[in-house]
Design a protein. Sequence first.
Length: 116
Amino acid sequence: MLLRMLGVLLCAADGSCWRATHVAKKTDTPGRFIFHSHVWNDDNDMRIVEVVYDNYALAHTIKTKNGVQLVLNKLYSRTTQASNDLQQKFRQFSLDTGVLAENILILPPNVCAEFC
């Protein structure tokens, strides 16, 4: 089974945005998927940690490039503004998985318009 990953917006140096997509392969572990990013040339081991289908999904990815691992956590919300409780849950999960507090960022709506 394959999972098509959608919704990752990236900003280019010229201020334009583009959507990155990946096709991930399902593993024997429920909620775990793997894929290789040709854009970043890294291997990704992604786990869907928690899902409330009508509200949010929390994903944890271990990205490996040249033997170096990086943790990337993502909170996907069905609304443009995640609740304060959900944002706090994401912050705590990120801290628990080794992300430094200063590296945890909750992006506002329309991120490309504001951050590119």
